[in-house]
Write a protein that binds this ligand. Structure first.
Ligand SMILES: *Cc1c(COP(=O)(O)O)cnc(C)c1O
Length: 377
């Protein structure tokens, strides 16, 4: 199956009982047992629910993995994956990782004895140097948020395998439509499905795909034990959103290319971060491991004052956290999504006060460019 066909015909489709072409919302908590312990696949909805199962099968197919899992948020997905580890274990992570991921590692999981080291994972030597005797995994986000740094998934997973470590990839920005980390050696792929996969700013969810039976059993055990599951209604919304992921990603990409062109010619834009630019340091790797560059662009206009002015003038870009929806969004990571990262660390990384991040939506590119042009002048 080709990618757009898979989005519509992958996983479990429809309802064989009625012929309904969409999977029903099984709004149910428990299931009748014929005799004690004798049931028809489902016993209790934390353990398994048919609507959630259809979504889990779909994301498994989209990432070419062994099994899929749906959680109540991207953070629940990440936390559940970290629960595969034990107190005393250590994880090497991308340094400009999503702010919430940094927070859960350094303020919550550290208290339970799961330690982490943040390094520039685009530098394989830095990854290797951070590996300790108790390291269990390398967790990468690529491209990163908000600087769009690109890590070579094959290179990292090869290095990880040499040290018997798992490779975990946060694939939120590129989605399975543009990038399939398991094909490049990753063991676990996860998503904040709140973003492109849902695509309409109406659901918060997280998805995980693992590449082996043993990981599937371990993660199902965590999912059922810790219970951070996605409900049936939201599972259904995600299945619905995923059907159009392909057409949406193609359009996000086209709009983004036009906006990047505009920004790169604008005198007030000091720096622009987009993996599709041939001048971007990760461009070669992005071309090798992805089929597209996504709809996220960050650019630096020099100061918080200029950024505030831009934010106050735009009409079509909504000032909001999050990304990947049909409507274009704009944010200043230093004071919003990445505010939980200490200032000196942010400056070190290049997440300055003048850095603006846009999530290019599906409006007409001409309107979006006009909007930015007016707001920048
Ligand atoms: C939003 C986001 C998360 C967290 O997901 P939620 O659904 O908000 O919990 C994790 N990683 C990345 C890259 C994100 O953008």
């Amino acid at each position: 199956m080709k990618p757009k066909t898979k989005l519509i015909h992958g996983g479990i489709t429809g309802d064989p009982q009625t012929g309904a072409v969409s999977v029903p919302i099984y709004q149910v908590s428990t299931y009748k047992q014929e005799a004690v312990g004798k049931f028809n696949g489902y016993e209790y909805s934390r353990t398994g629910n048919p609507t959630r199962h259809a979504l889990e099968e779909l994301i498994k197919d989209l990432e070419n993995g062994y099994a899929g899992f749906a959680f109540g948020s991207g953070m629940a997905a990440i936390t559940s994956v970290m629960m595969l580890f034990n107190s005393g274990d250590h994880v090497v992570m991308t340094d400009d990782v999503y702010g919430g991921t940094y927070r859960v590692m350094t303020k919550v999981l550290n208290r339970l004895g799961i330690d982490s080291t943040f390094v520039d994972t685009t530098d394989i030597t830095a990854v290797e140097q951070a590996i300790k005797p108790n390291t269990r995994a390398v967790f990468i986000e690529t491209p990163t948020n908000p600087l769009l740094k690109v890590t070579d998934i094959s290179k990292v997973s090869k290095k990880a395998k040499e040290h018997n470590l798992l490779t975990i990839v946060d694939n939120t920005f590129n989605t399975p439509y543009w990038q399939n980390p398991i094909e490049h050696g990753a063991d676990i792929v996860l998503h904040s499905a709140t973003k492109y996969l849902g695509g309409h700013s109406d659901v918060v969810a997280g998805l995980v795909v693992v590449n082996s039976q043993s990981l599937a059993e371990e993660l199902h055990f965590v999912q059922n034990s810790a219970g951070g599951i996605l409900g049936p209604q939201d599972s259904w919304l995600l299945i619905r959103g995923l059907k159009t992921l392909g057409v949406r990603m193609e359009e996000h990409e086209k709009n983004t290319a036009k906006i990047v062109q505009f920004l790169s010619e604008h005198p007030d834009v000091e720096k622009i971060y987009y993996p599709g630019l041939s001048t971007h340091p990760g461009n070669n790797i992005a071309v090798n491991q992805s089929r597209g560059f996504g709809g996220m662009v960050s650019f630096d206009i020099g100061s918080a004052e200029k950024a505030d002015e831009l934010l106050s003038k735009v009409k079509y870009f909504t000032l909001a956290e999050s990304l990947g929806a049909v409507e274009s969004l704009i944010s200043v990571p230093a004071r919003m999504t990445h505010a939980s990262i200490p200032k000196d660390r942010r400056d070190e990384l290049g997440i300055t006060e003048g850095l603006v991040r846009i999530s290019v939506g599906l409006e007409d590119a001409e309107d979006l460019i006009e909007d930015l042009k007016n707001a920048l002048s």
